[in-house]
Design a binder for this molecule. Structure first.
Ligand SMILES: [Cu+2]
Length: 195
């Protein structure tokens, strides 16, 4: 038994694939992306998690984005992703619906899509690169999407490129409440990295 489990560990380390060493990989990826923020993607296999649905015939994408989905970053995360350690990719031209939920027990959060950047200042303009891709009162500590609230936004992923999904509450994106959001001209869809 002992030998088998040891062998398994060696294999897992050698393969360095998805699965058990995910925590370690997340750290590596976070470091990598911090050093190379312009690369625009987390280097990992693209998957389709439960919260993402893509209909290539209807050219629609539906996703549920939960602020504070995990305790990571003191709940300041999107579906567990933060500091650009997760990349969401949707196909260019598709109609995107995002059901945004705030699971943070105490803090307001918001969500929208902005240009990719290496870092974010404390104050963000409450604007989105895609019309409609912005939750209500996104910079307000008291009137954004409050704990327990849900909000739906719809927009067209009109132009291929590398963007960022951010929280606009002052200081949140600067502290790491952002993930990568790419629009693919090749019709790719899925999620890389994250939890
Ligand atoms: Cu936030």
């Amino acid at each position: 038994m002992k030998r088998i489990s040891l062998f398994g560990t060696v294999l897992a380390l050698a393969a360095c694939g998805g699965g058990e060493p995910a925590q370690e990989m997340d750290h590596d990826m976070a470091t990598m992306t911090a050093e190379a923020p312009a690369s625009g993607t987390v280097s990992a296999e693209m998957t389709t998690p439960e919260w993402l649905h893509v209909d290539h015939e209807a050219r629609t994408v539906h996703m549920t984005i939960t602020a504070g989905a995990t305790e990571a970053k003191a709940y300041w995360n999107f579906n567990g992703g933060y500091d650009g350690n997760m990349t969401i990719t949707v196909p260019e031209g598709y109609a995107v619906t995002i059901d945004f939920e705030n699971n943070d027990p105490v803090m307001a959060h918001s969500m929208g899509i902005v240009a990719a950047a290496a870092s974010f200042g404390a104050m963000l303009e409450p604007t989105s690169v895609f019309e409609g891709a912005l939750t209500q009162n996104p910079t307000s500590m008291t009137d954004a999407t409050m704990p327990g609230e849900k909000e739906r936004v719809t927009f067209t992923a009109a132009a291929a490129g590398e963007y960022t999904m951010v929280c606009y509450i002052p200081g949140h994106a600067a502290t790491g409440m952002w993930v990568r959001f790419n629009v693919s001209a090749e019709g790719e869809a899925g999620v890389q990295g994250g939890m």
